[in-house]
Design a protein around this ligand. Structure first.
Ligand SMILES: NC(=O)c1ccc[n+]([C@@H]2O[C@H](COP(=O)([O-])OP(=O)(O)OC[C@H]3O[C@@H](n4cnc5c(N)ncnc54)[C@H](O)[C@@H]3O)[C@@H](O)[C@H]2O)c1
Length: 403
């Protein structure tokens, strides 16, 4: 029997949508029925490809009676308004990370979906990746004792990928803390149980041509005394994928000839406007679509990932990898393989579907995502004020719903 399909309307057909498209197009539980984006070339392409409707505003998309779920993939400064528009029409929401720019916006979004009685999932983030979920299950089994310390580290060329101006302006949600700590903190909170009590951090902002945070180092303390260190560089010439078997963030085997490609592409852009246009051109419906950075590589049986992660438990070290989970015990090292599925990022649809169709409480709901965002904002505040920042909006990790 074919599954009940969720009718999805998309707000924002940019890079995030381009990365989610292989999931949304291939998962039999999803039907793409409508979209809105000011880029007419993108909505025209969407309408033709999916036999779907193109709307000229978020309000019209949300008022479309066939749309059950709105996937909000617009820039994060618009997330709060777009989630409010969806909730006002009684639509469920999948909203991209980071959830919003401010904590006040996160609260408004949670209130709006609560009032409307609809469900909201925040993601994709790499804490959905199957090796992370399996590591969490292994921790939950109790076989290795309590988590004592987590280390997460990733070096990328994030800051040199093509950007809109606001992506390089911290006030408007730009820089690696908003966009990349959202992944890393979500992973670390999930593996550590969720309840972070305080944050101490330093941030790096050292390229005058791209005036926002490009790097950070942070220490997180959990309520049970466990602690975590997080390091991220988006200035990377060193490539953190080298510590993940040469597999890219998107689960592809990387082409070594691609070294320096992002910086070379950026060097072709004469102005911020030209850079934003070049970014849009590489997105869905754009003239240079198909050349999307980061997707380049050879397909292999590997999961997506977010760099090096090591969880030190009382009786073992656990290391999620693109191919599975490596368990370093007292008597040896065991690799527990995790085959991939046909649909990348299927875990996001599992959770969305379970919430909307099955009425199952989600892990990646608005309160979970707000707690992750609180950590990210505390990281910025700690670096600015040179002190520990205590946290107040943390929630414990729920057990993942069955796939
Ligand atoms: N989960 C991931 O892996 C991932 C990857 C990239 C981006 N993101 C997130 O996705 C969001 C979008 O970032 P992006 O890189 O895709 O940006 P982008 O610039 O590539 O795409 C944004 C799209 O939204 C459209 N848009 C702008 N205003 C709109 C409006 N009022 N209504 C409808 N569409 C509108 C733009 O025309 C563009 O097509 C951000 O929050 C970002 O952090 C997530």
């Amino acid at each position: 029997m074919s599954p009940r399909r969720l009718n999805v309307g998309v707000a924002g057909l940019g890079r995030a949508f381009t990365l989610m498209l292989p999931t949304l197009a291939a998962d039999p539980r999803i039907r793409l029925v409508a979209a809105t984006d000011p880029r007419g070339e993108a909505t025209a392409r969407f309408a033709a490809e999916f036999g779907a409707r193109a709307h000229d505003s978020i309000e019209a998309l949300c008022a479309d009676p066939e749309v059950e779920v709105v996937y909000v993939a617009t820039p994060h400064g618009l997330h709060a308004a777009h989630v409010a528009a969806a909730a006002a029409q009684g639509k469920h929401v999948l909203v991209e990370k980071p959830m919003a720019v401010t904590l006040a916006e996160c609260r408004t979004m949670n209130d709006a979906v609560d009032r409307a009685g609809v469900r909201m999932i925040v993601g994709h983030s790499h804490s959905f990746d199957a090796p992370i979920a399996r590591t969490r299950e292994l921790i939950g089994s109790g076989a290795f004792g309590a988590v004592k310390m987590i280390h997460a580290q990733y070096y990328t060329d994030f800051l040199y990928r093509l950007r809109r101006p606001e992506e390089l302006d911290t006030e408007r949600g730009g820089g690696v803390v908003f966009s990349q700590a959202a992944h890393q903190v979500d992973i670390v909170r999930l593996l550590g149980g969720g309840m972070v009590t305080r944050v101490r951090a330093l941030t790096g902002n050292w390229d005058p041509a791209r005036r926002t945070e490009g790097a950070y180092a942070a220490l997180l303390t959990f309520a049970d005394g466990a602690f975590a260190s997080l390091v991220y560089s988006g200035y990377g010439r060193f490539d953190g994928d080298a510590l993940c078997g040469g597999i890219s963030e998107l689960g592809m085997r990387k082409d070594p000839g691609g070294y320096g490609a992002a910086r070379a592409r950026l060097a072709q852009c004469a102005s911020p406007e030209a850079e934003a246009a070049a970014k849009a051109a590489r997105n869905y419906g754009g003239a240079a679509e198909g050349a999307t950075a980061g997707r380049a590589g050879t397909a292999v049986d590997a999961h997506q990932h977010f760099g090096l992660v090591i969880v030190s438990c009382e009786r073992a070290d656990l290391r999620p990898l693109p191919e599975g989970v490596q368990i370093f015990g007292d008597d040896g090292v065991v690799m527990e393989p995790l085959p991939t599925t046909e649909v990348p990022r299927k875990e996001v649809i599992d959770e969305l579907y379970a919430a909307v169709v099955g009425g199952i409480a989600s892990l990646h709901d608005g309160r979970w995502a707000m707690a992750t965002h609180e950590v990210c904002l505390a990281l910025l505040a700690s670096a600015r004020e040179q002190r520990d920042i205590p946290l107040h909006a943390q929630v414990a990790a729920r057990d993942l719903p069955p796939a």
